[in-house]
Write a protein that binds this ligand. Structure first.
Ligand code: UGA
Length: 435
């Protein structure tokens, strides 16, 4: 292996924890810091704050090999490293502005505790210009003999496949105005054998927002297309397949459904729209992408209502809470809004999710949360599918047919072929396909 670096990762959310662990796996000495003492204590024992396939094993083996450690003392992490990754949260405020409180607090700590030169790598998604601003701040705060270079290195990993995405990324983007700092961060990623794109800092910062906005646009586009398909009797799955065979379009992110959720697309699309507004530009496409995504949830509730009739007093089995499969993340999950709308209409909701039922109680106090899907389905007037978990696809649907009161499925993720469900005796309503 090339040079072993002493790396600090500040913030042990999805991005920080996965990146830090993967750098340790690559042979570096990594110290992950977070001000949440409870979380750190758990991580030190190998306990996971999130559900992410393969992460627990990787953390445990690197803890054992003493390449990875956790601390709640940010000062220790700063003192002991030459490269500091910032991976703290940058939530979006209601007006789309990015809340930089956590980033600012990390910068203050770096300025206070640095006794040697550092390369600071911004992994958090931050507005364009942040890298330049942070570098100016640091230079004005630390002793003149210390070099402080800020490099932008946006993260593109997806929840649920975070480790695979980190070790096999489509590209690594490194935005640096100081060539040597950029080259050191590029060298760190060289073992990943992927396209390394070296840019200026502003372009790197914008690539992150542009990528998420474009992916969100693909989803809203296909969701609008699904409505057209329903009106003309076409099948959106086939339309997407036919479009995706064109290499210029590509087959990915064309699954029609109930719209995007999670901690990234909703936040980053809003932030990008605001960023454009701040420079006097009305980003019309993005405005529509956000609006369509919002409407998609409402339209789905309307679809359920049309299929069931008056929802008051009806028992609805909702299958899937997480914003997508293989994660327990409920942030901006479409299922939450859909359930709230069903409750507003007087429905009794029995919900099942393979991993997030446990911590959904706080968000869904008036919902019966069940860890056994068959209990959620018992005597249901309708089955509503909101996350395309493999566990849900693999239920014994013949058995389900006997359990429910009405054999009606409203599928927001198109997980079945309509013919297959009709053969089992269900009325099957999905997105952008004939009933
Ligand atoms: C997304 C991006 O894919 C990552 O590249 C990026 O690093 C991350 O945001 C981030 O900014 O941190 P993630 O939010 O984990 O990753 O999940 P995705 O797999 O992208 O799915 C996002 C949402 O879009 C989900 O609700 C999913 O159900 C929905 N989606 C996705 C669709 O409705 N249709 C599709 O065809 C694809």
């Amino acid at each position: 292996m090339a040079q072993v670096h002493r790396i600090a990762v500040i913030g042990t959310g999805y991005v920080g924890l996965v990146s830090g662990t993967c750098f340790a796996e690559m042979g570096h000495q990594v110290i992950c810091a977070d001000r949440d003492e409870g979380k750190i204590a758990r991580l030190q024992q190998g306990g996971m704050p999130i559900y992410e396939p393969g992460l627990k094993e990787l953390v445990s083996s690197n803890l054992l090999a003493q390449r990875l450690s956790f601390t709640s003392l940010i000062s220790d992490a700063i003192v002991e490293s030459d490269i500091i990754f910032i991976a703290v949260g940058t939530p979006t405020e209601d007006n789309g502005d990015v809340d930089m409180t956590q980033v600012n607090s990390v910068i203050a700590s770096i300025a206070a505790y640095s006794t040697t030169s550092k390369i600071i790598v911004m992994k958090s998604t931050v507005p364009v210009g942040t890298g330049r601003w942070v570098e100016e701040q640091l230079k004005s705060l630390v002793a003149a003999h210390l070099d402080m270079h800020v490099v932008s290195n946006p993260e593109f990993l997806r929840e649920g496949s975070a480790i695979e995405d980190t070790f096999h990324p489509d590209r690594v983007v490194i935005g640096a105005d100081h060539p040597e700092a950029g080259a050191r961060i590029a060298a760190l990623h060289a073992p990943l054998r992927t396209e390394l794109l070296l840019t200026d800092r502003e372009s790197a910062e914008l690539i992150k927002y542009a990528s998420n906005a474009f992916l969100a646009a693909k989803i809203s586009f296909i969701n609008e297309m699904a409505h057209v398909c329903e009106k003309v009797g076409a099948n959106v799955g086939l339309v997407a397949k036919g479009m995706g065979l064109d290499r210029r379009i590509g087959p990915h992110f064309l699954n029609a459904g109930i719209g995007y959720g999670g901690s990234c697309f909703p936040k980053d699309t809003k932030a990008q729209l605001k960023l454009a507004q701040n420079v006097d530009y009305d980003f019309k496409i993005l405005r529509s992408v956000i609006e369509v995504n919002h409407l998609q949830r409402e339209r789905f509730v309307h679809k359920i209502e049309q299929a069931v009739g008056n929802l008051n007093g009806k028992q609805i089995a909702v299958l899937g809470l997480a914003f997508k499969p293989n994660t327990d993340d409920l942030r901006d999950a479409p299922a939450l809004d859909i359930i709230a709308a069903l409750k507003d209409r007087g429905a009794i909701v029995n919900a099942y999710d393979p991993v997030s039922t446990g911590h959904a109680a706080r968000l869904l106090p008036e919902v019966n949360l069940l860890t056994d899907p068959y209990l959620a389905l018992n005597e249901a007037d309708a089955v509503v599918i909101t996350t395309e978990w493999e566990d849900i696809r693999r239920l014994n649907w013949r058995l389900v047919r006997g359990l429910v009161k009405q054999p009606l499925i409203v599928d927001g993720r198109n997980i079945f072929e309509p013919e297959e469900m009709s053969r089992l005796g269900f009325t099957y309503v999905s997105i952008g396909r004939k009933t």
